[in-house]
Ligand binder design. Structure first.
Ligand SMILES: [Zn+2]
Length: 439
């Protein structure tokens, strides 16, 4: 019979949204689930199974709600270009030469970076997504994979949108639930890169299997202009009219929302992947985070692809989200420390519909151990100091150990599942080949 593991730590940050921190505390894990959490060292008497004594702080793994992680292959490409030119001039010409093996290695290197940063879940949308699944399973990363569906001018099978939609359905049939880590959704790229009948068809297909539909929405100010002029409604309003928002929907970015759009999101329960760093770097704008939270919209954080961020370290989003919300409002009470932590953990889990992101019984055992033997956790005087330090002064550099579904994948800051030097060399070699192919 499987035996439980009990983790004992000087601080257990539950990220339950109420600021609950046990000092000291314990977390018990059986299989891939958390079976108990509490203050002290747990119930008296002998404990079956294994006891793991940790030096620092135990918290839930972070959830990256929007990424194109294999784009580690393109990190730094097209520096300084606005989104439309960046896609057309720098990214799409390179992607035309991508192989499934490139995608695998790009994703594996990304998984190493995410896991070592304490990111235990990512939501991905890209091409050759079956190889993203393979890399995530090999790495031990939890992954919601939403195969990219886009209408490319002049595309022939298997790269037409109906063929891409069929491939996404096939991956759902093949890989849903694999290794207890993988969920499959659908990733229609955006309203401006797909015809309306494609958007309708993808929405229907996703609803049929109860899968997440993950779409770029209202990322830049001008992207929806021609659709809006043609249909007399905002792009979110148009998607609602087409029935695309009727199922489980995750709208990445959502920077340029009107008041009516916000109401629509709240009413239709559309979740948001807020990507403050990508939006800032590409000059796209600042999403209305505080208003989204006030409206009860489910919001998580996303790094976006490592070609537009340029890393996969979600700690930066956790800090930048409240910074930008406060700076733009001129109000330091906007987006509390507890809300920032929730955005990066349980809020992201809620946005994706996954049972992770909070240390509580029944949730998936996705855990991160951070050292507290560091100046960034000193001093601890008032009750609120620990969470404030966690958000404002700690960083991914303090991550020591990581477990996904109860399985340890990072120990003492190094990946246990990935040959990191080998993955770095593969990505270097493949990026050189892709750059050379441009001529
Ligand atoms: Zn994106």
């Amino acid at each position: 019979m499987e035996e439980p593991t009990r983790f004992l730590a000087p601080a257990v940050v539950t990220a339950d949204g109420a600021g609950t921190v046990h000092r000291p505390g314990w977390v018990e894990v059986l299989g891939d689930r958390i079976t108990g959490v509490g203050p002290g060292r747990g119930a008296p008497g002998p404990v079956g199974g294994t006891v793991v004594e940790l030096e620092g702080l135990l918290m839930p793994g972070l959830v990256n709600c929007h990424a194109h992680s294999p784009m580690t292959l393109f990190r730094g490409v097209g520096e300084g270009l606005p989104l439309d030119r960046w896609l057309r001039e720098a990214i799409w010409p390179r992607e035309a030469h991508l192989t499934p093996e490139d995608v695998y290695w790009g994703m594996l290197l990304a998984a190493d970076e995410m896991l070592r940063c304490g990111v235990t879940t990512s939501c991905e949308t890209y091409f050759d997504d079956g190889r993203i699944v393979d890399a995530a399973v090999d790495a031990g990363l939890r992954c919601l994979v939403t195969p990219g569906i886009v209408a490319i001018e002049g595309a022939e099978a298997p790269f037409t949108w109906p063929a891409l939609l069929d491939r996404a359905s096939q991956l759902h049939a093949d890989a849903q639930g694999r290794a207890g880590l993988i969920e499959i959704g659908f990733g229609p790229h955006a309203a401006y890169t797909l015809p309306l009948d494609a958007l309708e068809a993808v929405g229907e297909r996703a609803r049929d299997v109860g899968a997440l539909l993950h779409i770029h929405l209202a990322e830049t100010a001008g992207e929806g202009a021609s659709l809006e002029a043609e249909h007399g409604v905002t792009v979110p309003g148009l998607l609602a009219r087409l029935g695309v928002l009727d199922g489980r929907v995750l709208a990445a970015h959502s920077v340029w929302l009107t008041d009516d759009d916000l109401d629509l999101y709240a009413r239709m329960d559309v979740a948001v992947a807020h990507c403050p760093q990508s939006n800032a770097k590409l000059g796209s704008g600042v999403a209305r985070l505080a208003e989204m939270l006030e409206a009860g919209i489910r919001v998580g954080l996303g790094t976006d692809g490592p070609a537009s961020n340029n890393d996969l370290d979600l700690w930066e989003e956790m800090r930048l989200a409240p910074l930008l919300a406060r700076a733009t409002a001129g109000d330091p009470t906007r987006v509390s420390v507890d809300q920032a932590l929730t955005l990066a953990t349980g809020g992201g889990a809620a946005a994706l519909g996954l049972e992770t992101g909070i240390l509580e019984p029944g949730r998936l055992a996705d855990l991160v151990h951070l050292t507290m033997a560091d100046s960034r956790f000193v001093p601890l005087v008032e009750p609120g100091d620990l969470l404030a330090h966690l958000v404002w002064s700690a960083s991914s550099q303090l991550v020591r150990d990581v477990w996904v579904g109860g399985r340890q994948v990072v120990a003492a800051g190094s990946s246990l599942t990935i040959d990191a030097p080998g993955a770095r060399a593969e990505v270097q070699r493949r990026a050189e080949r892709l750059a050379a192919a441009l001529g």
